[in-house]
Design a protein around this ligand. Structure first.
Ligand SMILES: C[S@@+](CC[C@H](N)C(=O)[O-])C[C@H]1O[C@@H](n2cnc3c(N)ncnc32)[C@H](O)[C@@H]1O
Length: 257
C-alpha cells in the first residue's frame, strides 16, 4: 500500500498525506483569487505539488515560486515534470525570504507553521513580500485536536498531549486567525475542518499515533506495558472494524492593505 512507502521517506509521506487528506487545498488556492499574470509564492513548498497545481491559474504571464529550506525537497520539486509551466523552486527560509518587498500578488503556506518556533515572524515575511492588495492564505493542522476512540482514556490523554507538544507549534491552526490580525492583514477570516480515518494503518503514521506512544514510553510518561496495552487496544479496534481517529485543521486568510 502507498502508505507503507510513506513510512520510509519524508517526500513519500507528504505525497500520501496530500492524496488522503488534501481536499482542503483547493480552498487555499481559491482564496488566493489568482489571475493570469499573478506572481505567487508557496512557502515551505515541499516536493512542489501545490506550486505546480497553481501554475495554470496564473498563465499566461504569471509565475509560481516555491521555497523550502530543505535541499532534498527543492531537488525533488525541481526533478518532477512541470514542462512549459511557469514554476520555479528556490532554497530559502520562511524567516528570510530572498525577495523584494511588495513583489507578489499571492502567498500561501501549507502545513509549515506547525514546524516553526516563531510563526508570526514567518507570517510577517509573507506580509512584507506581498503587494498592497496581495492575498495570503496559511493552512495547518491543530495537533491539540487529535482524537482516537479508545478503551484507555487516561493513557490516551497522556499520549495525545505529548504528541501535540512534540511539534514546535502544535496548536498552529487555532493560532492563525490572531496571527493574521496581529501582523496587519485586512479582511481576515478563517475556516476549520476535520479529517478522520477509520484505519489504524493510516492513523498510526499519518496522525503519528505509533510514534507518540513510543515517545511517551521513552520519556517514561507511561510504562512499556502501558504503551503495549494502548497500541493493542487500537489494533483490536481495527480488527473489529471500530477504529476511529480524527484531527482538525484550519486556514486563515487576508490581504495586505
Ligand atoms: C509537512 S511539509 C508540507 C509541504 C507542502 N507545503 C505540502 O503541504 O505538501 C513541511 C515543509 O515545510 C518546510 N519547512 C519547515 N520549516 C521551514 C522554514 N523555516 N522555511 C522554509 N521551509 C520550511 C519543510 O522542509 C517541509 O518541506
Amino acid at each position: 500500500m502507498a502508505y507503507e512507502a510513506a513510512r520510509t521517506s519524508e517526500v513519500a509521506y507528504m505525497d500520501e498525506v496530500r492524496r488522503l487528506f488534501g481536499g482542503y487545498k483547493q480552498g487555499t488556492f481559491d482564496r488566493l483569487r489568482l489571475q493570469p499574470g499573478h506572481r505567487v509564492l508557496d512557502v515551505g513548498c515541499g516536493p512542489g505539488s501545490d506550486a505546480r497545481a497553481m501554475a495554470a491559474r496564473v498563465e499566461p504571464g504569471g509565475e509560481v515560486v516555491g521555497v523550502d529550506r530543505d535541499e532534498e525537497m527543492i531537488e525533488q520539486a525541481r526533478s518532477r515534470p512541470a514542462a512549459g509551466t511557469p514554476v520555479r523552486f528556490v532554497l530559502a527560509d520562511a524567516y528570510a525570504l530572498p525577495f523584494e518587498d511588495a513583489s507578489f500578488d499571492g502567498c500561501r503556506s501549507d502545513r509549515v507553521f506547525q514546524h516553526l518556533d516563531e510563526p508570526e515572524r514567518a507570517l510577517a515575511e509573507c506580509f512584507r513580500v506581498l503587494k498592497p492588495g496581495g492575498r495570503c492564505v496559511v493552512a495547518d493542522a491543530d495537533w491539540g485536536t487529535l482524537t482516537v476512540a479508545t478503551s484507555l482514556p487516561a493513557l490516551t490523554r497522556t499520549v495525545l498531549d505529548l504528541g501535540s507538544d512534540l511539534h514546535r507549534n502544535g496548536w498552529a491552526a487555532r493560532s492563525l486567525y490572531g496571527q493574521f490580525r496581529s501582523v496587519g492583514f485586512a479582511d481576515v477570516d478563517c475556516e476549520m475542518s476535520v479529517a478522520h480515518t477509520t484505519e489504524w494503518a493510516v492513523a498510526a503514521w499519518a496522525f503519528g499515533l505509533e510514534h507518540y506512544a513510543a515517545q511517551a514510553a521513552e520519556r517514561e510518561l507511561i510504562s512499556e506495558s502501558e504503551r503495549d496495552a494502548w497500541l493493542a487496544d487500537l489494533r483490536e479496534r481495527d480488527r473489529a472494524g471500530t477504529f476511529f481517529s480524527s484531527i482538525m485543521g484550519g486556514m486563515a486568510w487576508g490581504h495586505r492593505p
